[in-house]
Design a protein around this ligand. Structure first.
Ligand code: NAD
Length: 498
């Protein structure tokens, strides 16, 4: 049975200095359900002056200490409350996430639970000790204390609308910062609901501000604004490159979680069914719109025929459909733009000479015609220099590459500008460890794929990012480090003659 929630299109407003705010004169942005093209919300379109107000509110709140001067217990109590409210609204939030992003309900379910857990995790960490002391040669007690950075600008993408927001908002607030947050203009629904929760629990005015609208205007102003002390961004590598440059005006701290083209390496001695299952999961989970997707499947030559045949057979059986249908295994792409981009890459792959072995087309039958559905797709006969091998497609498109031995597997695995994730399937423990150690990527798996844990740091090498999300490292991102040298022997130094 389809899960439906009845509603009129929501009005989504911005949240600045503890008040909901409509836009100025800009027309509203239509937020569309990617499964059927229905209008689900109309979002106000913010302006540069809205960003300036939000930054000013966050600046004043930070400087007044309404948030940063709270005791750790008080700050943690707010964050625990947020987690509880997310849990109370779990079903509504999951249904909205599916409506807005298109992902199947079972994925949204996990994402919403994980958002609540993330708030709890960082609420707990607020109470953990953060400082250090050092033994130094003088009669001095050297120590380090950790302090909030100030006003943090947080900018996130559309692929995990609530979860990506929370990965930044929870640690930034836990650390005592105030924030100016921008969700993706494509998926602002659940992030706006999160700010409703902030409003309900009475988060001090100006602590958390949200501005809605276009990246090039709202995101850019957050990035260049000199009253913003740090930018934490998740999104595409090219946008990240722009942010690095734009943030240089006041030498902001930057933290970037960017794109990927991750290798999933399958050796002939792997447990065949496990490797096959995870290869499908690695690329088609989230319709391939996952930064860490196993979009390059590197397969040892001796098993390629059998493996690819079974892969294609299973890919063709994946149930593609609207996310609110419990039978659905893979949802639509997020919007027309993403659909066009993925179809373009499929065309590029064919022109480059790769062979399409499954999918490669939009689903247009009855029931699909208004959505952005695409069949699970895979290419074989690829070459390392092809664009479909090198570039992030961000859709359900697997690219097979083959290798003869360990050395070639590693060489191919590392042969892109990205370094986000990677996986190895083998039953030889030594080989698994040797290969994983040589993969230039921050998130890796052995005989598994896609698992991510709030407790462990998430981070990309190379052009996949700078800095960390999650874990203790994720909190560290939002903290300054202050050295204090406390003289224990108070007398003149007599460096200069009297
Ligand atoms: P995107 O870069 O287009 O947009 C991300 C965010 O940046 C959006 O909120 C957008 O409005 C904003 N933005 C766009 N232009 C901007 C500018 N000039 N200045 C400031 N902000 C701007 O990315 P997307 O299409 O929303 O998301 C997909 C990308 O995100 C993929 O590349 C994916 O790999 C990446 N991603 C990475 C991770 C990770 O953890 N490494 C996680 C999720 C997604």
């Amino acid at each position: 049975m389809m899960v439906k929630i009845k509603h009129k299109p929501f009005e989504l407003n911005m949240y600045i200095n503890g008040k909901w705010r409509g836009g100025e004169t800009n027309p509203k942005r239509k937020v569309i359900n990617p499964a059927n093209g229905e209008l689900i919300a109309e979002a106000v379109e913010g302006s540069v002056s809205d960003v300036k107000s939000a930054v000013q509110a966050a600046r004043v709140a930070f400087d007044n200490g309404v948030w940063s001067d709270l005791s750790p217990e008080e700050r943690a109590a707010y964050l625990f409350k947020v987690a509880d409210r997310i849990d109370e609204r779990h079903d509504e939030l999951a249904a909205l996430e599916t409506m807005d992003n298109g992902k199947p309900l079972r994925e949204s379910d996990y994402n919403i639970s994980s958002a609540a857990s993330c708030f709890r995790y960082y609420a707990g960490l607020v109470l953990a000790p953060h400082g250090k002391t050092y033994n130094v040669p003088d009669s001095v007690q050297a120590m380090v204390i950790r302090e909030p950075i100030g006003v943090c600008g947080l900018i996130v993408p559309w692929n995990f609308p609530l979860m990506m927001s929370v990965w930044k908002i929870a640690p930034a607030l836990a650390a005592g910062n105030t924030i100016v947050f921008k969700p993706s203009e494509v998926t602002p629904v659940t992030p706006t609901k999160l700010f409703k929760i902030f409003d309900e629990i009475g988060l001090p005015k100006g602590t958390a501000n949200m501005v809605l609208g276009a990246g090039e205007i709202i995101g850019n102003e957050i990035t260049v604004n000199h009253d913003v002390d740090m930018i934490s961004f998740t999104g595409g590598t090219d946008t990240g490159r722009h942010i690095m440059k734009a943030a240089s005006g006041n030498i902001k701290k930057i933290s970037l979680e960017l794109g990927g083209k991750s290798p999933n390496i399958i050796f002939a001695d792997a447990d065949f069914e496990t490797a096959l299952d995870y290869a499908l999961y690695g690329i088609y989970y989230g319709s391939g719109q996952v930064c860490s997707a196993g979009s390059r499947i590197l397969i040892e030559e001796s098993i390629q025929d059998k493996f690819i045949a079974r892969f294609v057979e299973r890919a063709n059986r994946i149930k593609v459909g609207p996310g609110n249908d419990p039978e659905t295994e893979m949802g639509p792409l997020v919007n027309q733009e993403q659909l066009d981009k993925v179809l373009k890459y499929i065309e590029i792959g064919q022109k480059e000479g790769a062979e399409l072995v499954c999918g490669g087309y939009r689903l247009t039958d009855h029931g699909y015609e208004k959505g952005f559905f695409i069949a699970p797709t895979a290419f074989i006969d690829t070459k390392p220099e092809m664009r479909i091998v090198q570039e992030e497609i961000f859709g359900p498109v697997a690219v097979f590459q083959t290798f003869k031995d360990e050395e070639e597997a590693v060489k191919l695995a590392n042969d892109t500008r990205y370094g986000l994730a990677g996986s190895v399937f083998t039953q030889d423990a030594g080989k698994a460890m040797r290969v994983i150690k040589k993969i230039r990527a921050g998130i890796t798996w052995v005989n598994s794929y896609h698992s991510a844990y709030i407790e462990a740091p998430w981070h990309g090498y190379k052009q996949s990012g700078i800095g960390f999300s999650l874990g203790v490292n994720g909190l560290d991102e939002f903290l300054e480090t202050k050295q204090i040298n406390f003289n224990l022997d108070v007398k003149p130094i007599n460096w200069f003659s009297k």
